[in-house]
Design a protein around this ligand. Structure first.
Ligand code: ADP
Ligand code: MG
Length: 238
């Protein structure tokens, strides 16, 4: 325990919550399947970034996480890699349809970047990812979602539109990510986020990532996450 505490300190990682899994030092310590290890190597990722060292083992353990680290620290892979594992863990035969992993991001640019990152790792397994955001034809998006997918990366407004059009159902969704939560609040997406969260089964795994933690985001996190573990890397303001 002392060693773990010192390792965290050396990386400027702070954690709170009960039973926090220990941080990893290498991707090899995450228990990833060979296909996923190959996809990681193909990205040129040699070792986990600081946030990944601590967030990966926690997310892989199934716990809810609040991850706070500055832009460029590698938060995306902290939720995308465990999402692939989570999807592959689902029973093969499912009556339900619709995405298993749902990722919300504030802007179409961010949603698109996450979509690209998810696709790189999903490809190896034949997992289908769809991007859902404004500026694309609603009809095309409707058709794509109707064809089925396991991952949806979306801006909140357009995802609500697609849910209203019944382009997808959240019956199968068990892994929800709210990325750049502070920016989603700045852009006024709180009602949409609450609506989306309300449509996903409560026994889901929920992850919230943010560069800062304003009080309103804190309040949402308390309401929609269960026994979360908070991971903070570096000095982060509110
Ligand atoms: P954040 O969401 O925290 O702003 P990103 O997830 O967008 O950061 O990652 C920032 C950059 O770091 C991206 O170009 C990504 O490909 C790269 N990256 C992520 N993880 C690793 C890693 N383990 N090794 C090397 N580069 C990485
Ligand atoms: Mg990010």
């Amino acid at each position: 325990e002392q060693e773990v505490a010192e390792y965290r300190k050396s990386l400027a990682i702070r954690v709170s919550g009960f039973d926090v899994p220990r941080p990893v030092k290498r991707f090899e310590d995450c228990g990833f399947a060979p296909e996923l290890m190959r996809a990681i190597a193909k990205q040129g990722y040699e070792k986990p970034t600081t946030i990944q060292c601590q967030a990966l083992p926690i997310v892989l353990s199934g716990r809810d996480v609040i991850g706070i680290a500055k832009t460029g620290s590698g938060k995306t892979a902290s939720f995308v890699l465990p999402m692939i594992v989570h999807i592959m863990d689902q029973p093969e035969l499912q009556k339900e349809e619709g995405p298993i992993g749902v990722i919300c991001a504030p802007t179409r640019e961010l949603a698109h970047q996450i979509f690209l990152e998810a696709k790189k790792f999903a490809k190896a397994y034949g997992i289908r990812a769809s991007a859902v955001y404004g500026g694309m034809s609603k009809l095309d998006q409707f058709k794509e979602l109707k064809a089925g997918c396991e991952i949806v990366v979306a801006t909140p407004g357009r995802l609500i539109d697609m849910l209203k059009m019944k382009a997808l159902t959240m019956m199968r969704a068990t892994y929800l990510v709210l990325d750049e939560a502070d920016r989603m609040f700045d852009l006024g997406f709180e009602p949409q986020i609450r609506s989306i969260v309300g449509q996903i089964r409560p026994d889901r795994q929920t992850l919230l990532f943010s560069a800062t933690m304003p009080r309103k985001v804190e309040k949402l996190a308390r309401e929609v996450l269960s026994d979360p573990i908070r991971v903070t890397v570096g000095e982060v303001g509110t």
